[in-house]
Design a protein around this ligand. Structure first.
Ligand code: OMP
Length: 281
């Protein structure tokens, strides 16, 4: 999917919501556990109920890998289901990969080619040759970790390096990578005020912003500092949406949560775009 397709979908749905499919057998309604593939059954119900409010789904691969080969099968079925039924939706494999070039190429093939995700999250610290193999896949997107939402982000990411914060160095250096226009960046919602600094370095790039909902980040603050002319944000929420209820109508309750976020996003877009610009979009 191209970035333009993603932007068009955002304006059409008035949403930049990414729903995290962090599907955990200990958290889904217990009556689903008798199903042949409880993870896929749960995901399908969530997707069917929420797709009109979301522009992206992010599957954190840890939750699938934890179930071994059954988990990989559930992940494969989930991405196939989204691609077949909602091809307009942007899909992210949150795998946080990256290795020597030879190995990164294999990770890229796994998530872009075999599983047909639109994007994969990648760690930046092995440098250029660990990231560029992902960028070789055109119309696919590589989402580099810049400033993460967790407390430990301050261990390294904000340390000074050549007089600047390390995460800023990551942003700046990555702009020189081959096909860097296919890069997006992770910036945690819990660090919204840093988004202004991020935008000085990457004004046009899309940012994947996890950490609203269960981690306490504010959607309004993220929009205030992070929104750009194309919206430029994918705000992720996982647990606060998909585990809003453990009852038999869990998917409707998840949809209601997603709709509340979508409405707030529509409101933020209204505030950001002057009326005449809105009419053009
Ligand atoms: O790369 C990510 O998506 C990510 C980066 C980050 O800095 N913080 C973060 O929470 N995430 C992921 O985003 C999701 C957040 O989930 P909730 O806190 O349940 O909304 C999880 O899948 C995390 O692994």
């Amino acid at each position: 999917m191209t970035t333009q397709d993603l932007i068009a979908q955002i304006h059409k749905k008035k949403s930049f919501l990414c729903i995290g499919l962090d599907t955990d057998l200990d958290k889904i309604p217990t009556y689903l556990l008798t199903e042949e593939d409880p993870i896929f059954t749960f995901n399908k119900a969530i997707i069917d109920a929420t797709h009109q409010f979301a522009v992206a789904y992010k599957a954190n691969t840890a939750f699938y890998e934890a179930q071994g080969r059954k988990g990989w099968k559930s992940l494969d079925k989930t991405i196939d289901y989204i691609n077949k039924n909602h091809p307009e939706i942007f899909t992210i494999a949150d795998a946080k990969r990256g290795d020597i070039g030879n190995t990164s190429s294999m990770y890229a093939k796994a998530f872009f080619h075999e599983m047909a995700f639109d994007a994969v999250t990648v760690t930046p610290y092995m440098g250029r040759d660990s990231v560029e193999p992902f960028l070789e896949f055109r119309d696919k997107h590589t989402i580099l970790l810049a400033l993460t939402s967790n407390e430990g982000a301050f261990d390294f990411q904000t340390l000074k390096c050549d007089g600047t914060d390390l995460y800023k160095k990551v942003l700046e250096t990555s702009k020189s990578y081959k096909n860097s226009e296919q890069l997006m960046y992770v910036v945690g919602a819990t660090k919204a005020e840093y988004l202004a600094e991020v935008r000085k370095i990457v004004p046009d790039s899309f940012l994947l912003v996890p950490g609203v909902g269960a981690q306490g980040g504010s959607l309004e603050e993220v929009c205030k500092y992070g929104m750009n002319k194309d919206v430029g944000l994918l705000i992720n929420s996982s647990r606060a949406i998909i585990y809003a209820s453990q009852t038999s109508n869990f998917s409707e309750i998840a949809a209601a949560k997603a709709e509340v976020m979508q409405r707030e996003m529509a409101n933020q877009m209204r505030l950001f775009y002057p009326k005449n610009q809105r009419d053009e979009n």
